[in-house]
Unconditional design. Structure first.
Length: 96
């Protein structure tokens, strides 16, 4: 039961960091046309099968998770603010 709570907390923190990345990207450039490089769902077809995936920027997610870990509780709020700050300040400059 303790492992389930830890995994749920990890999922909440990762979700908050992703939402923070999306909000920070919008804060940095509100007039930008959203393309395939942004956070969101991606649809495609492979061998005639429909495929749905999630496109995320891991280079902005990892600093947000590190900031949440360093900040301590409440980590969900720290992850959101860290993701927003990372995405607003750095943007996609670290993306390969």
């Amino acid at each position: 039961m303790r492992l389930l709570g830890w995994l749920l907390n990890l999922a909440l923190v990762c979700g908050a960091a992703l939402v923070g990345n999306y909000v920070g990207d919008f804060v940095r450039d509100p007039h930008k046309q959203r393309g395939n490089s942004d956070v969101g769902f991606v649809r495609g077809q492979i061998n005639g099968n429909n495929v749905i995936g999630l496109n995320v920027r891991l280079t902005n997610l990892l600093p947000a998770l590190i900031l949440a870990w360093l900040a301590g509780p409440p980590r969900v709020v720290a992850a959101f603010l860290g993701g927003m700050a990372t995405s607003a300040l750095v943007g996609d400059a670290l993306e390969p």
